[in-house]
Design a protein around this ligand. Structure first.
Ligand code: SD4
Length: 334
């Protein structure tokens, strides 16, 4: 595994290339002659296809997405297929089946998906359905809406042929009963390698898409919805610029519309790492309690450059491309 320093070096090299591509000039709405020349004379290699995703479970998820990407598939299909892997894995305790329940012992799921044409679909507070991401995909593909929640989302899922299942595993039930003894709500910073999955992909055609799915904060209040199903907070894609996803304490991302912010920073010329850092710094500036929580952003731009930044050290992410297939440690504020 690469060290944090090696990773940072890589990202900063990526940033330099990105600025030279001419996108920076375009974003500012003016033409600087030397940048235009650079744009026309250098044929920039785009790192595609590529898929990136949050935490260690991203390795298995990327593998499934990579199969789609290398057979000429679309990014939107790759991200859906990829995140279904941790959704179905009972060992991943913060996504889908086997996820930690809320305070009432109920597993409630949030997910969203976004494609290269600004189409998006989302479900929140969905119970009994193992693959919320695929329900979100159908909200996008088959309804005039973006978001369905709770009972309505469940009704729609059943109409679409999803079957109701018990998502509370024995292990999760035991942990919940243990938690009930004190009933103290203390979100654990970095439940290492067991967290929300956010995935971003750039396909062979040069199109970007993203997906994000989670069981949310363990032992949350019944009815609580985090950032993961909120377009702009837990996920955002702009096919002209790049895409971003987030993990960690969702309330902080919602308050700052974090992933939209990251994409807008890339539009202004920042590298993915710089944009993620800017969003973390915005959180730190605006929200006094940020030191008590973890937030990690992961971004991918239109050139296939990626980067990440978080509040606390300990956040890692998986990258799969023709050049690499490994986990990286994100740089952190603290
Ligand atoms: C949420 N962001 O529901 C998700 C959960 C998560 O680390 O990523 N936890 O707030």
């Amino acid at each position: 595994m690469s060290s944090k320093r090696e990773f940072l070096k890589f990202s900063l090299a990526g940033a330099a290339t990105f600025s030279a591509s001419g996108l920076f000039t375009e974003a500012l709405g003016k033409s600087h002659p030397s940048e235009i020349t650079a744009h026309h004379t250098e044929k920039k290699t785009i790192n595609k296809p590529i898929v990136v995703s949050t935490w260690q479970h991203g390795i298995a998820a990327n593998k499934a997405a990579w199969q789609v990407l290398t057979t000429d598939g679309k990014a939107i299909d790759a991200v859906e297929k990829g995140v279904r892997v941790p959704e179905a894995d009972p060992e991943v305790r913060t996504v889908g089946y086997g996820g930690y329940p809320d305070r009432e012992g109920k597993v409630t799921l949030d997910a969203c998906i976004m494609d290269e044409n600004q189409n998006c679909g989302s479900v929140a507070f969905l119970q009994h359905i193992k693959h919320p991401i695929s329900v979100a995909r159908l909200v996008m593909d088959k309804t005039p809406h973006v978001m369905l929640v709770g009972e309505g989302a469940l009704k729609f899922a059943k109409e679409q042929g999803f079957k109701e299942e018990n998502l509370l595993t024995k292990k999760s039930e035991q942990d919940w009963r243990q938690w009930l003894v004190k009933s103290k709500y203390e979100p654990v910073i970095n439940i290492e390698n067991h967290d929300t999955i956010g995935m971003l992909a750039l396909d062979k055609h040069g199109d970007l898409s993203g997906a994000c799915t989670t069981s949310g904060a363990a032992f949350k209040m019944h009815g609580r919805v985090g950032d993961s199903p909120i377009i702009g907070a837990g996920l955002y894609v702009d096919n002209e610029v790049g895409a971003a996803t987030a993990t960690g304490m969702g309330e902080l991302m919602i308050k700052t519309v974090g992933c939209h912010l990251v994409v807008e920073m890339m539009r202004q010329g920042m590298s993915p790492t710089q944009a993620c850092q800017a969003a973390v710094e915005r959180i730190a500036k605006k929200l006094g309690d940020y030191k008590d929580f973890q937030v990690g952003f992961l971004a991918l731009n239109k050139s296939g450059e990626y980067g990440s930044f978080c509040i606390q050290s300990g956040f890692d992410y998986a990258v799969t491309s023709n050049k690499t297939n490994q986990l990286f440690n994100a740089a952190s504020l603290l």
